[in-house]
Design a binder for this molecule. Structure first.
Ligand SMILES: Cc1cc2nc3c(=O)[nH]c(=O)nc-3n(C[C@H](O)[C@H](O)[C@H](O)COP(=O)(O)OP(=O)(O)OC[C@H]3O[C@@H](n4cnc5c(N)ncnc54)[C@H](O)[C@@H]3O)c2cc1C
Length: 409
């Protein structure tokens, strides 16, 4: 354990925080450990919020990453329902929203991200929802009634997962996407086309190229319609899913460098050697891709948490990982390994009509990322191959009967 680290405090009680606590204790950190989070619940899994939890298929107890007894046993002070308002780095002290203060020797920022809001009048009206917290999902579920019409602005992961779930709950669903295809930021064209088709097949209306320019409320002030260039879309409820912004203000106000997240090094440490940042709020140098990235995934939050726990326990560790993401829509499993930005070629493996296929992204002959749909074999092989800077033969790659690992040029 590093000398002088008697009190470690984690700000934010989400996915990364829970993992950091576990990692620290597993590595034998025996000092004081405090987690301060502004949600009223213990850390829970966020992905089911748009999937099984929203569908009412997962009770709260099964959402929790660890139960109260675990934190008690591990001597972790969980201060939930409390917000950190200010970091005083000179005195190593946090100021909380109830006027309390909390001293630290090392600080881990795990504040996550929050939904980006739309600059439209009416966005705060009753019936307009975002989906980030358990409270958001609860509020949406209360209003989700069969036969009513839900409009979703944003055809990214969260918008589409929410569309699938609301449809399963019997709602009429329309997705309005500004780009010319769904999930255009994160998957290749054949994957977008596949999911567009699947949603349509399940009765969801998807309008790409939709330009939303206003919201209309009814006489009671409740959302009634979304106004687009192509006309009005009536809405009993509206879900806005247009991406997230990192919660980096606290760090910024404390004088730490931020640029689309809190800037950290490969050990997840900020320029202040006593302060680390992990998960959605952090922006780190990807050693594999040679550029800074800010990732929004459970895997990233967990891995960065493990890196910080190791470093705080005195084991020098760098975060060097090929990232991966998943999305569940209906019974389809989308798994994305790596980062596709900068690719110069996409090779399709398998037939979308078979419901199991992949899209491989190449840059100057190297496999840099892959989207896999219901294709666990490719997904499992891809992590190692991408990390090893695999250079496949595109012709072999296009032949799905050849195992990915045997596609070398
Ligand atoms: C609906 C939904 C579905 C998702 N599905 C997937 C998926 O399928 N696969 C996947 O890999 N990822 C998914 N994600 C993303 C994933 O959940 C996040 O990447 C992950 O939760 C990030 O963990 P984190 O610890 O950085 O932040 P979070 O888990 O968001 O935790 C941050 C916590 O800090 C709190 N906080 C912020 N500021 C303060 C403050 N000043 N004081 C105290 N507390 C504060 C926040 O309220 C929050 O509770 C999904 C996210 C959502 C919202």
């Amino acid at each position: 354990m590093l000398a002088g680290m008697d009190r470690i405090v984690i700000v934010g009680a989400g996915q990364g925080a829970a993992q950091c606590v576990e990692g620290l204790r597993r590595r034998g950190y025996g000092g004081e450990l405090t987690v301060i989070g502004d949600e009223p619940v213990l850390p829970y899994q966020r992905p089911p919020l748009s999937k099984k939890y929203l569908a009412g298929e997962l009770p709260v107890e099964r959402m929790l990453l660890r139960h109260e007894a675990f934190y008690a046993e591990q001597r972790v002070a969980m201060r939930t329902g409390r917000r950190v308002m200010r970091i005083d780095r000179d005195s190593r002290r946090l100021h909380l929203d109830d006027g309390a203060v909390q001293d630290y020797d090392a600080l881990v920022m795990a504040t996550g991200s929050r939904p980006r809001s739309l600059p439209l009048e009416g966005v705060d009206a009753p019936g307009v929802h975002v989906l980030r917290t358990m409270a958001d999902a609860d509020a949406l579920r209360v209003e989700a009634a069969a036969g009513k019409h839900a409009v979703i602005i944003g055809g990214g992961y969260i918008g589409l997962e929410t569309a699938a779930t609301l449809r399963q709950l019997g709602m009429e669903v329309t997705v309005l996407e500004a780009a010319d295809r769904v999930m255009n930021r994160v998957v290749a064209e054949p994957v977008s086309a596949y999911y567009h088709h699947e949603h349509t097949h399940h009765g969801v209306t998807i309008r790409c190229g939709a330009r939303v320019n206003g919201l209309r409320t009814d006489a009671n002030g409740r959302i009634a319609a979304v106004l687009t260039d192509a006309g009005e879309v009536l809405a009993d409820l509206l879900v806005v899913g247009v991406g997230v912004v990192p919660n980096d203000e606290l760090a910024r106000e404390a004088g730490l460098d931020c640029d689309n997240g809190i800037l950290v090094d490969e050990r997840c440490r900020t320029a202040d050697p006593l302060i680390y940042a992990i998960g959605d709020c952090s922006n780190h140098p990807s050693m594999h891709y040679g550029r800074r990235v800010r990732l929004e995934s459970v895997d990233n939050a967990f891995e960065q948490a493990a890196t910080v726990a190791a470093n705080l326990a005195g084991v020098d560790t760098v975060h060097n990982r090929v990232p991966w993401f998943w999305s569940d829509q209906y019974h389809h499993k989308l798994l994305i390994v790596g980062l596709a930005a900068g690719h110069d070629r996409v090779v399709l493996r398998g037939e979308p009509a078979s419901h199991s296929f992949s899209c491989c992204y190449l840059r100057e002959g190297e496999l840099i990322a892959i989207d896999t749909v219901n294709n666990a074999k490719d997904q499992m092989a891809a992590r190692k191959l991408i990390a090893a800077r695999f250079r496949p033969d595109p012709a072999k790659l296009a032949d799905a009967s050849i195992a990915l690992k045997d596609c070398g040029g």
